[in-house]
Design a protein around this ligand. Structure first.
Ligand SMILES: Nc1ncnc2c1ncn2[C@@H]1O[C@H](COP(=O)(O)OP(=O)(O)OP(=O)(O)O)[C@@H](O)[C@H]1O
Length: 591
């Protein structure tokens, strides 16, 4: 991303607080003018001494003017940075809110496709780096640019030759830095890549620490971690070594303004072009150039990291969104119909669903079964419109789900999966998420129906236990029952259970089945389960394979007509008996 585009995007972000920013810039300019006054005052005092008329009154007056100028500089600098920080944080807030709004409107699949670490990095850390240009680079940059320009203009007014002499070393230092930075963009890209690699290895190491310990891989993984850090160190050192000579030369030349001013100034003084007071003033002013010039050398580096931040933020803010519609629709029924549905996640991998035709009748249970990767979860996600279809349509009560407002669709469907995320609030509030308007009594009733009350009662702080605190104490089955309680409270007419009982152990199975029965009564129910015994009584079982419907019917129909289903059922029964330690490996096909 080039500098102009970055500026343009930052400018767009500042909408809403441009007035404050302008005021901040104005204060920065007044601060620069105030900062020049002491130099002017010192010059006047010098004149008084050189003219031999340094009275206490005049010295006092000019000293007072110097102090006043300095106070104006400090005061307006403070005001400028206060205002720029206010506008910067206001802008960051609006960027972050825009990002979260965008995430909600983007296809859920796109959001789930990004790692939480990356999203957090962009929304929290990267956006924070935009604070630097907004709160510092713009107001300070303006004052740091104006001060040298004003000083240079004044020196030109005194004598153009002394003005040029004052910037000789700055120009030479600038040329050296320019040569040093000719590959800066490429090297900075490589630096960011190396830094991202270290980050991802670090995150992987921390997130996978349980597996690493369990499989005694600590030395191997640690090696990968130390290798990444080692190569990052080598990269940064190589980069430093390739630049340090020029960096030091530039760093030595840049602040040596006196090297230019002294010889030229003395010559101009000798030929009578400059008075001693003017020469002294030029030397003092040339020292005033140093801080801004140094500031610019640091700002170049900062600007590069800002370009990255803006580019990432911009990418997130431009995520494609699902087309939405505003007007809620009256539905005749909650029957879900998939009509000739095909879908691909991406062009590279091709279709994962092909021409699916399927009806989930109101008040009935439909089960989706099939080998791993056959497309079961994809069908479920498409009904909830996590993605839009590649072809065909999905209707609820005869209405295409793309014609339903996203809010209405979300109210129509309860989606329970095996990944039951608990927010870091109390268990009571976690269940209430299903219906934020529910009273405590309604939450307790849903939790009782989902068989949660018993285990919650055993926790020290009961309902008010924070999910984070309870996290390690809750089993997979208990977390699932909390998710089911949430869905019971939501009371949506369509319920999708995607491997919602996957974590159940035999002791919990009965309780979980009871909670599911409470959730699904009278609903349009779609169940995906590998454990076929849990769906054997479904009104309709749909067998998927390779993204296509192989057959549909009841368990009896499928056992009779489908060799694939028979094989899956036998494997399931065999596994159950094996788990139960039953010696009869043959099993009863109608168990
Ligand atoms: N986010 C994704 N991006 C790209 N491909 C995906 C994505 N999610 C799933 N797939 C692919 O789509 C196909 C169907 O996956 P899906 O999860 O729907 O199968 P499934 O039948 O539910 O599998 P399982 O029983 O193992 O959960 C698989 O080949 C899978 O690799």
């Amino acid at each position: 991303m080039n500098t102009w585009k970055t500026f343009r995007i930052i400018y767009d972000f500042t909408q809403g607080c441009r007035g404050i920013m302008l005021l901040s810039i104005l204060c920065a300019i007044i601060s620069v003018v105030g900062g020049l006054i002491p130099y002017w005052g010192i010059y006047q005092m010098l004149l008084l001494f050189l003219d031999g008329k340094p009275t206490i009154e005049w010295i006092g007056l000019w000293f007072g003017i110097c102090v006043a100028g300095y106070v104006v500089k400090l005061l307006f600098y403070g005001l400028s940075t206060t205002l720029s920080h206010c506008s910067a944080y206001q802008t960051l807030e609006s960027i972050r809110l825009a990002m979260t709004r965008r995430l909600i409107k983007a296809p859920l699949g796109t959001v789930l496709g990004s790692t939480a670490g990356r999203l957090k990095n962009i929304i929290v850390d990267r956006v924070e780096t935009i604070e630097l240009p907004l709160a510092h680079l713009i107001p300070e940059g303006i004052s740091n640019l104006l001060l040298p320009v004003a000083v240079f203009a004044y020196m030109v007014y005194l004598d153009w030759r002394i003005a040029l002499a004052s910037i000789v070393c700055i120009v030479l230092g600038g040329i050296v830095y320019f040569i040093m930075m000719k590959n800066f963009s490429t090297q900075y890209d490589a630096y960011m890549e190396a830094s991202n690699h270290v980050n991802s290895v670090m995150v992987e190491y921390v997130e996978g620490v349980e597996v690493i310990k369990a499989f005694n891989q600590s030395s191997g993984s640690y090696e990968k971690f130390t290798d990444a850090i080692g190569s990052f160190r080598d990269f940064t050192l190589d980069w430093f070594r390739s630049t340090w000579k020029l960096m030091n030369l530039g760093g030595a030349l840049l602040p040596s303004t006196l090297l230019g001013i002294l010889p030229v100034g003395v010559l101009l003084y000798i030929d009578g072009s400059l008075t001693p007071a003017e020469l002294t003033l030029c030397m003092i002013l040339s020292l005033a150039l140093l801080a801004p010039v140094n500031w610019f050398t640091v700002a170049v580096n900062d600007w590069k990291s800002i370009e990255y931040a803006i580019s990432d933020a911009n990418e997130l803010l431009r995520l494609p969104t699902l087309p939405d519609t505003a007007a809620p629709v009256n539905l005749a029924s909650y029957e879900v119909r998939l009509s000739d549905v095909s879908f691909r996640y991406n062009d590279k991998d091709g279709n994962v669903l092909n021409h699916i035709n399927l009806t989930l009748a109101s008040n009935q249970m439909t089960a989706l079964v099939g080998p791993s990767g056959s497309g079961k979860s994809t069908v479920a996600r498409l009904i909830a419109r996590f993605w839009d279809l590649s072809a065909g349509k999905i209707m609820i009560g005869g209405i295409d789900i793309r014609d339903l407002p996203l809010n209405q669709l979300s109210e129509l469907i309860s989606f329970v999966t095996q990944d039951n995320f608990l927010f870091n609030c109390s268990l009571l509030e976690n269940i209430r998420l299903g219906n934020p308007k529910a009273t405590d009594q309604e939450v307790y009733a849903a939790a009782r129906a989902a068989q949660c009350d018993e285990f919650i009662g055993h926790l020290e702080k009961g309902w008010h236990t924070m999910a984070g605190e309870a996290g390690n104490k809750l089993s997979g089955g208990e977390r699932q029952r909390i998710a089911i309680a949430r869905a019971i409270l939501k009371n949506a007419p369509i319920v999708i259970l995607d491997e919602a009982t996957a974590f159940t152990d035999p002791e919990n199975e009965n309780q979980l089945q009871q909670s599911i029965a409470a959730l699904t009564q009278g609903k349009t129910l779609l169940v995906i389960a590998h454990r076929l015994s849990t769906i054997k009584d479904a009104d309709q079982i749909v067998l998927l394979n390779g993204g296509s419907v192989v057959t549909k019917g009841t368990q009896t129909d499928l056992l009779e007509h489908s060799p694939l289903y028979r094989k899956m059922w036998q494997a399931h029964i065999g596994a159950k008996e094996w788990a139960a330690g039953d010696g009869n490996k043959g099993g009863n096909i109608h168990a």
